[in-house]
Design a protein around this ligand. Sequence first.
Ligand SMILES: [Ca+2]
Ligand SMILES: [Ca+2]
Ligand SMILES: [Ca+2]
Length: 211
Amino acid sequence: MLKLQIFLIAVLMSCIAFVSCNRAQDMMGPIMPDADTTEPSDMVETDDMMDMTDMDDTSVTGPAVVINELMADNDNVHVDPQGDYDDWLELYNRTDSPVMLTGLYLSDKEDNPTKWAFPENTEIPANGYLIVWLDEDHDDEDATEGLHANFKLSKSGETVMLVDTDANANEVLDSITFGEQETDVAFGRLPDGIGDFQIVQATPGAPNMAN
Ligand SMILES: [Ca+2]
Ligand SMILES: [Ca+2]
Ligand SMILES: [Ca+2]
């Protein structure tokens, strides 16, 4: 009789151990997959982060090149190759490859998106910067050095856009509408290429820095 009791107790203990083990596995089960799916894409997303995700997925989705910084009233900050302090705009290549800007345009007029064409074979280096002088010196025979567009930026604010015409239609790759600007104060993305425009330190041709 004692043996039977010991046997039954042993069986009971085994059952309890078995059930406990299964329950522990059930509890563990949902935790592990959740941990695996906690990837950056599940984190809080902003439009900017979406752009970066898109780029990572395909390397080209979303504009490779964006408007990164501008100065609409340059009095004493950055001198052009001809010795003038003119409006300037900085482009930034968000990709790890050089990008040819042939077929791209800059404009300050939404009804004329192809106002100024980048010269043939203008290239922006991988993760690099390119300065365009917005000084109406495009026809100046002395202004052969540097890129000079046929419009200027308004200090009181306006829209400037980067446009591509590759797909038989004008595609606005990037467009910035800014308000009144202070003299010698730069307006740019922070961080480079993805952040919102704000007042920044003037860094023409170099990474943007907080003011
Ligand atoms: Ca100039
Ligand atoms: Ca203008
Ligand atoms: Ca910069």
